[in-house]
Design a protein around this ligand. Structure first.
Ligand SMILES: [Mg+2]
Length: 268
């Protein structure tokens, strides 16, 4: 078994791992400081494609953590990379927020103003969703059976202070019910975002750890990417859930604060 002292880059899921809603965990500031002081690095990873990195900078600032935009790796960025590498000539109809569309245009992709101009469809966590956009997506998928169809991430729900709201995965199901097509998915549990983050952090995947509170997204993305996976029990997964799961993390910690003492162990 590898040791966490071998890790040079930590990729942190945020909600349930570093904070819960608007409440920072007591160890988080010390953990982030200790990682940098030990000569290691960290980045934040998120499947949420409704917000840009600048929104997350503000969110962490509210919780007392100073972060730069390039410390966030989002499913929107990973999707933009996938589209550039595989579908760069296409014109994209984006069922997503203005923030997602500007992420795409910034990276050199063409976003269609009108659905009828589009020859590829992308779904994100569209918190600005209208029925017209749903209708446009269904029409494109039904009338152009070979049109490329991509979604930023598969999460079914997004947590809120009162419970949860439907997320991109629920939109995928809604559209499947209408047109019987499923998209290519980019965010966690797929490996693309982890590979992008490891590239940006300058670490090989074997020395990169994905740290998160969900087995079927965070841990699975680490496994799928060939990185080290760390489940923390400070969010939605209990030790009983972990024992029953067929997704097997390399490490299970009560919370991410337990990483701190490993940073001062000699690397093996
Ligand atoms: Mg989480």
């Amino acid at each position: 078994m590898k040791s966490l002292s071998d890790i040079s880059l930590f990729l942190f899921d945020m909600d349930g791992t570093l904070y819960l809603g608007e409440k920072l965990f007591p160890f988080t500031k010390e953990l982030l400081r200790a990682i940098r002081e030990s000569g290691r690095n960290y980045l934040y990873i998120t499947n949420n494609s409704s917000k840009g990195a600048s929104d997350y900078v503000k969110k962490l600032a509210r919780l007392g953590i100073a972060a730069a935009e390039d410390e966030f790796v989002t499913s929107a960025q990973a999707t933009a990379k996938y589209l550039r590498e595989n579908l760069s000539e296409k014109k994209f109809f984006v069922m997503g927020t203005e923030s997602l569309k500007s992420e795409f245009t910034k990276s050199g992709l063409t976003v269609a103003e009108e659905a009828d101009e589009a020859d590829a469809v992308v779904l994100g966590f569209d918190t600005e969703l209208t029925f017209k956009k749903l209708d446009d997506v269904c029409r494109l998928l039904a009338t152009k059976p070979d049109i490329p169809y991509i979604a930023t991430h598969p999460d079914m729900v997004c947590p809120t202070e009162y419970g949860s709201v439907p997320d991109c995965g629920s939109f995928i199901d809604m559209i499947y019910n209408a047109v019987k097509r499923r998209p290519v998915i980019i965010g966690k549990p797929e490996p693309e975002m982890i590979i992008l983050a490891a590239e940006r952090g300058g670490a090989p995947l074997t020395r990169t750890a994905v740290v998160g509170d969900r087995l079927y997204t965070d841990v699975k993305s680490g496994v799928n990417a060939g990185a080290v996976s760390v489940l923390v029990l400070s969010g939605e997964t209990s030790r009983e859930d972990a024992a029953k799961s067929d997704v097997l993390p390399d490490f299970i910690l009560g919370d991410a604060g337990e990483i701190i003492p490993c940073l001062t162990e000699a690397a093996k």
